[in-house]
Write a protein that binds this ligand. Structure first.
Ligand code: NAD
Ligand code: UDP
Length: 318
């Protein structure tokens, strides 16, 4: 297939480019580098099955040749206002990428009668009242909270994707991605994995926001990409959760990273840095992915963290 991917220079987008090229597809990457990094794609320079367009997905997209699949991954993704690369600091761009960007990418898919895949998120469940989260749960999201620019843009993106599917008969897919980590995350995007690993590698105390009782379930990037690739090849039009159901509190996660890195500086608890709508618990129910895609994660947290720590050591020149 000839595949157009927005957000190609980002963490997930760049891994997806690699996987699609490895499977024999031709990939056109699109990105404006607002949170991504050209270095994530540097190894693809000169590859005859890869080309790149520097473009803002919120603006009209001109796609000259026939495209068979369109994957929309462009969006800021970090909630941490401490980082300039986070969605609270890029609020309008985030809403435009989710709304106008999704509309433009759907338009390209429709014009080419191509299949379309939307990168949605566990954030559409908000601070969930149902645990673990199944795809049938409608969520508990604050429309005007700190995270709303992201949550509501993704909820709109899902609704628009289903409208194109139901009204235009477009061949669409929606993946709801749960916290994913691995090499090529930005060290400075403020998400918990790069923050904690960087602090531990530099011998600083790890900054836990609040008391650390909130939970997340971390999926290694290779597992996520496998799930997304299977979804792309499937005929499933309803949303599918992809993530690792192994749940851990943020406090335990900090302790694990300190132990792995051998950091003796401990943890500091920063109550004031926890955002008002920070979800208290998050864990995917992956029954649908198991049943429909025959998918489940195969990398445990220890294995994935070791690979990720090695990557960040390289980034920090350690
Ligand atoms: P990332 O910031 O590394 O990648 C996002 C990419 O999109 C960047 O390269 C950025 O420059 C690009 N981009 C943003 N706005 C753009 C625009 N207007 N035009 C063109 N390019 C634009 O983040 P990521 O973690 O790789 O996330 C990728 C996608 O996956 C996002 O849509 C995000 O919402 C979704 N997602 C990620 C996770 C996760 O745990 N990593 C979880 C849920 C959902
Ligand atoms: N967090 C933290 N310290 C940090 C960064 C994040 O304690 O330095 C917490 C954050 O409050 C949240 C969790 O870690 O409860 C996961 O945050 P992340 O930014 O990775 O994304 P989220 O899963 O909240 O979208």
């Amino acid at each position: 297939m000839r595949i157009l991917i927005s957000g190609a220079a980002g963490f997930l987008g760049s891994h997806l480019c690699d996987r699609l090229i490895k499977e024999g597809h031709t990939v056109i990457g699109l990105d404006n580098f607002i949170t991504g990094n050209p270095m994530n794609l540097a190894h693809l320079a000169g590859n005859e099955r890869f080309s790149f367009i520097k473009h803002d997905v919120s603006e009209y997209i001109f796609a000259p040749d026939k495209i068979e699949a369109v994957l929309h991954f462009a969006s800021p993704a970090s909630p941490n206002p401490e980082s300039p690369f986070s969605y609270p600091n890029l609020p309008i761009q985030t809403m435009k990428a989710g709304a106008l960007g999704t509309h433009n990418m759907l338009g390209v898919a429709k014009a080419n009668a191509a299949r379309f895949l939307l990168a949605s998120t566990s954030e559409i469940y908000g601070d969930p009242l149902e645990h673990p989260q199944t795809e049938s749960y409608w969520g508990h999201a604050d429309p005007i909270g700190f995270r709303s620019v992201y949550d509501e843009a993704k909820r709109f993106a899902e609704a628009l994707t289903m409208a194109y599917h139901r009204f235009h008969g477009l061949d669409t897919r929606i993946v709801r991605i749960f916290n994913t980590y691995g090499p090529r995350m930005r060290l400075d995007d403020g998400r918990v994995v790069p923050n904690f690993i960087q602090q531990a590698l530099l011998g600083n105390p790890i900054s836990v926001y609040g008391d650390g009782a909130q939970t997340r379930s971390f999926c290694y990037v290779d597992d996520l990409i496998e799930g997304i690739y299977r979804l792309l090849l499937s005929d499933e039009h309803m949303p599918v959760n992809i993530g690792n159901p192994s749940e851990i509190s943020i406090k335990e996660f900090a302790e694990k990273i300190n132990t792995k890195v051998g950091n003796k500086a401990g943890i500091i608890y920063e109550e004031d840095k926890r955002l008002g709508d920070d979800p208290q618990r998050r864990q995917p129910d992956i029954t649908r992915a198991r049943t429909i895609l025959g998918w489940e994660p195969s990398t445990n947290l220890d294995m994935g963290l070791e690979k990720t720590i090695r990557y960040f050591q390289g980034q920090l020149g350690l």
